[in-house]
Design a protein around this ligand. Structure first.
Ligand SMILES: [Zn+2]
Length: 245
């Protein structure tokens, strides 16, 4: 005969303190369980000395540094050899990138940016590289950068400047028009190959390469769209103040 007992309890794990990754602080911080709903069960077979036990905890947790609230679920079973399974919502690890709010970036670019970071955070690195490539292409289209210079060393050793209309040319064009520093354009040139290779040869780009390329895109978003807008807002506030005095 089997005998199963189950129990649902409020706040059985409340006030528990845990060291967990914080999505806001982007590192491990002390979290406190502020509310929980806890389920446990046990099954005993007739004549058996041992029971089969299981537990699930559903916890609202709060970072004790930045006070951000999130959710943690932990499942455990006495039959498992491994540790309890922990799931955090929103999903995060120490490599998770939090996508930033760019209010003044055109919506199509913003959408591709968020999708690209989703791919990164879900380890879809090939698609993330393709997304970064689409972002560079989209930026060039928005900024009317259609080509750029490329130095070609001829057989006699002389250097000829050709204008290219492919992605390589466009990245050079972004630098030429002052949207991109030389150092950043060099990295994106690397990334251009990375994007090509990733998509056409199914090579897996590394997370470090992708993180760097994402940071450069964020830098361009800031310098092209966000900072000029903030400067404009500041100027209009100053003019308004001057009129009032
Ligand atoms: Zn935090």
């Amino acid at each position: 005969m089997r005998n199963i007992t189950e129990e649902y309890k409020d706040n059985k794990t409340k006030d528990q303190c845990l060291q967990l990754q914080c999505i806001e602080c982007q590192r491990e911080t002390r979290h406190k369980v502020v509310q929980s709903y806890d389920y446990s069960g046990s099954e005993v077979f007739n004549g058996d000395l041992h029971s089969l036990d299981w537990e699930s905890h559903y916890q609202i947790i709060q970072c004790q540094g930045c006070m951000t609230i999130s959710f943690r679920q932990v499942d455990w079973c006495s039959e498992w050899e491994e540790d309890p399974v922990e799931i955090l919502f929103p999903k995060r690890t120490k490599h998770t990138i939090r996508s930033k709010d760019f209010w003044h970036v055109p919506s199509n670019l913003r959408r591709i940016y968020h999708e690209t970071i989703e791919c990164f955070n879900n380890n879809a690195y090939t698609l993330c590289a393709a997304g970064l490539r689409a972002l560079v292409e989209g930026l060039c289209a928005e900024l009317n950068v259609n080509d750029g210079p490329k130095e070609i060393i001829k057989s006699d050793g002389n250097i000829e400047i050709k204008r290219l209309t492919n992605l390589e040319g466009k990245i050079a064009g972004l630098h030429e028009r002052g949207f991109l520093t030389k150092a950043h354009s060099d990295v994106l040139h690397e990334h251009r190959y990375l994007g090509n290779e990733a998509v056409h040869q199914l090579a897996k780009p590394s997370s470090d390469e992708l993180t760097l390329a994402i940071e450069i895109i964020e830098h361009i978003f800031n310098s092209v769209y966000e900072i000029p807008r903030k400067a404009l807002d500041l100027k209009s506030k100053r003019t308004k103040r001057r009129k009032e005095t």
